[in-house]
Design a protein around this ligand. Sequence first.
Ligand code: NAD
Length: 486
Amino acid sequence: MTTDVTTQWSGKLYSGGWVAGSGPRLEVRSPATGDRLAEVASATAADLDAAVAQARTAQRDWAALPYDKRAAVLLKAAQLLQENPDRLARWLVAEAGSGQGKAAFEVGLVTTELQESAALASHPYGEMLRSVKPRLSVARRVPVGVVGVISPFNFPGILSMRSVAPALALGNAVVLKPDPRTTIAGGFALADLLEEAGLPAGVLHVLPGGAELGAAVVAHPGIPCLSFTGSTTAGRKIGEAAGPLLKKVHLELGGNNALLVLPDADIEAAASVGAWGSFLHQGQICMTTGRHFVHSSVADEYVAALADKAKNLPVGDPADPTNALGPIIDTHQRDRIHAIVTGAVDQGATLAAGGEYTNLFYRPTVLSHVRPDSPAYTEEIFGPVAPVVAYDTVEEAIELINGSDYGLSVSILTSNPYAAYELADRIDSGAIHINDATVDDEATAPFGGSKASGVGGRFGGPHAGLETFTETQWITMQQDIERYPF
Ligand code: NAD
């Protein structure tokens, strides 16, 4: 992709339309080629103040619209994206380093999110309550006002849209701060789509910037509700900052997800699930398989099959559709991955595949005999690395799985799925997939983690949307003014 300076967002931010920002310019670069793709404006505290003031006014009119008008905007956006998936996919490939299959998958997720959120606009939003008095007593969900959305770089389109679309459907305005490495795929391309679909000006704002701007969004008194997706480290800081401000906070954080291969599993199929779970999008997914627990009777066979896949996966510029893996997002992440891999080997792990890189292209890596105190085992690596650990009993494996600080996604592979279903009772995880990968998401299913993987709600489905992006209001109404003793 060549430099894109002709778009309406060149040198701009999105706040009541495409406008000049007051901060320094922010370059958008391809992690695969280093090419400069575009240049946008970064937002300052003054831009944030202006955006929030405008959003608060626009939100009242947006919430007052009949629900079908809000639904129509979201449905139109879904239709526009279906007609031209490339308007988002090309940025997912060029700016976020997504393989073409991952980009197409993500565009599909964004489309479904828009459609499901459109349905949320017409969903029942309250209950009739019994009352001891002859009156109407109703609990209804009302919009929170302005929702602050802060999103990460890895699945920038869906991880922004899964907050933006339900928040809008329920009558909120949104201030979105995407990751500065994916300003367009995680922000501008979505604003462009919603604007063309008829979203009134001022209802959605996209403010480019980094952690400092994110902290300003968290602290802003005009933003009562925050939807954050990102690392557990940043999530804890946001929780600390938002707690005293008494904000409604939804945190979707990191993971170190386990794949449990039971001794009766088909090992070739298991290795494919393991490779997909650890290597898709270079392992830069919160649901990436971070620990492979394999029964000792089949562990060698599994490691050999997984290493064979790793050695044969093509890695390179995702503009070439034959490449299964693209670049790591930046040198900082790549160096962290490499330090974890070499550290594990120094601690006695066996490198069965990978462990090397060229530029930002890290080879899919398989480590066996990983020590349980090694960072390759305890930490979220966020790279294409599959640490394998052998276990002897299922009890031991369950203890190892639950021993993680995280609780986002677990998968169990077996030829006896009902036995695995019983094991699920003993696993502390937001999602458990039997005979499928840890990487899985659907707009209709509740998505979220336990423990250090998140707090404050779920994404997906009508209940999750209402819980996260509205407040409950109790209303009573009676014919005559109540008489009291004094
Ligand atoms: P990160 O936490 O560094 O950044 C995410 C976003 O938060 C960015 O927009 C960043 O600018 C902003 N930010 C950073 N510090 C902030 C602060 N103190 N206050 C306000 N905003 C701040 O995340 P990352 O490392 O770039 O992304 C990868 C992480 O995100 C991984 O841990 C991954 O597991 C997690 N993630 C979780 C989910 C989920 O649904 N649970 C999905 C995707 C990614």
